[in-house]
Design a protein around this ligand. Sequence first.
Ligand code: CA
Length: 151
Amino acid sequence: MSRADPRSCRGIRDQGERRITTRPARVDPGFGFEWAGSPARGVPADRFSVRWEGLFRAPESASYSIFLVANDGVRFVIGGETVLESFEAPQGSRNFYGSSEVRLDAGYHRLRVEHFEDLGSARILCRVGVEGREAPLRLADHLFHAPEPQK
Ligand SMILES: [Ca+2]
């Protein structure tokens, strides 16, 4: 599971010049969503962003293929490496489709997925394939809470 942290999108769009409104974090079973309206209580239907942080467990040392559909923007960071990113100008109702490959050792890797919605429909869908396997991973079996950071 991953921790979601819905925030206002304004901080991203305006380079942090405006106040970012932080909402209470919650736990999601994953990070695949299609939102017709607000993603969470207290968050507007448009101009919001969400950040999921957790751990991805790679079942074997292999090349992993990551496929993302996002509306509007997305950034996918695993093990500190940004492997997919589309944070360009707002895309309205258009989707971003992207894929990338990353080599991972078996074990746990820090995962951070950031998504922002400007206007219209909002979605983020993800599939992860493993070199040599026909079916994509069942992501719910491979996502875990990150331990709380040490102070
Ligand atoms: Ca949109």
